[in-house]
Unconditional design. Structure first.
Length: 235
């Protein structure tokens, strides 16, 4: 086995997912999952750079759109109103909004850089028990548009309930391993599944599997136990 196989991911986002990420069209949870993978994967960072360069070239080739004569003055007037004391728009505009987390060079394996905006460290988290062998930390509660993200810690040999998907599900392994009907995943790997996939992940190594899971629609559990757990899982 080569050093590349030992230390770099073997499972990657699809080209379509990287294009959507580069265009900023993914929700916050899905974007976070892609960013965490990118922190581990120089190959995908290089691909993303090519996608962004191509997008920039396409924009340069577009003909300029004429501005309305009042566009500049109207924009300046709006900025003046938002800067007025007591205007809540000013505070909202100053608050960082990150629908696409940055993907820096890989930091320490225990805490990928994009996650630092959400959790202080993996060691200091208060894990909520969901079921025997399964604990979680909610990062992004489900939004009106369907997105959600959380960390799961799955004990060795523990299987999650068998389920399908109402949309896209991205899982990035932070430590340990899990396996399902599609393959085996280790640190940095990204598992990308959609509404056509039914599977049952199981932690299959000697240590806990800690992973980030992001979805843009609720899961569809097929068994009784999964359906009973659905209100508490948040995915």
């Amino acid at each position: 086995m080569t050093a590349r196989q030992l230390f770099l991911p073997n499972h990657h986002p699809s080209d379509a997912l990287l294009v959507a990420y580069g265009a900023g069209s993914l929700g916050e949870g899905l974007s976070l999952a892609v960013a965490v993978h990118l922190a581990h994967c120089p190959d995908c960072r290089a691909t993303l750079a090519e996608v962004e360069a191509l997008g920039g070239a396409l924009l340069e080739d577009l003909p300029p759109a004429p501005l309305e004569s009042l566009s500049l003055s109207a924009t300046l007037d709006r900025l003046d109103r938002e800067e007025a004391p007591g205007n809540p728009c000013k505070a909202m505009r100053m608050r960082p909004r990150c629908s696409r987390p940055a993907a820096p060079s890989p930091p320490a394996p225990s805490l990928p850089g994009p996650l630092r905006a959400y959790v202080p460290s993996l060691e200091d988290l208060s894990w909520q028990r969901l079921a025997p062998g399964v604990r979680r930390v909610e990062l992004l509660p489900r939004t009106a548009s369907g997105g959600a993200a959380q960390l799961l810690r799955i004990a060795p040999g523990t299987a999650l309930p068998h389920h399908g998907h109402g949309g896209l599900e991205l899982t990035v392994v932070l430590s340990g391993h899990f396996a399902d009907e599609l393959g085996r995943y280790g640190p940095g790997d990204l598992a990308e599944v959609d509404g056509d996939t039914n599977h049952q992940p199981i932690a299959d190594s000697h240590r806990d599997c800690v992973c980030l899971i992001a979805t843009d629609a609720p899961l569809r559990f097929t068994g009784l136990m999964g359906r009973l757990m659905q209100p508490f899982i948040g995915l």
